[in-house]
Ligand binder design. Sequence first.
Ligand code: HEC
Length: 111
Amino acid sequence: MRNPMAVLLMALAAAPHGVNAQDLAHGKAVYDLWCAPCHAPGRKHPGTQALDIVYKGEKPGSLEQRLDLTPELVATFVRTGVSIMPFFRKTEISDTDLADLGAWLSKPLER
Ligand code: HEC
């Protein structure tokens, strides 16, 4: 790779903007507070139960066990809501909280 700009762009693509271990830990804390009551593993959580039915075992019912989530998908659901899932206001989950939450849910190997 001779083009320094291309090298820089590849490095930026490989290291998502500003996400570090502290951000991921914060993302998990946001998840534990707002999402785990519905999305933690186990049948007593309504989100996990609903997604078990939606995916019929093709994907894990619990969000924290999913390998296919992206920050964009997480952000869409969090700001819009679906079925019994409420949407969350920026006073509840700020844009920074949401970025860290999306990063944590999208990085299964670093959880
Ligand atoms: C009151 C329970 C509840 C809470 C709290 C909740 N959810 Fe949900 N969520 C659901 C339910 C139920 C569904 C499945 C709806 C359906 O498709 O039938 C869902 C679906 C989703 C989906 C879509 C998954 C897919 O593959 O279709 C995402 C992403 C999601 N929730 C993220 C979150 C995040 C992130 C939080 C925390 C900020 C959160 N949810 C909080 C109940 C909840």
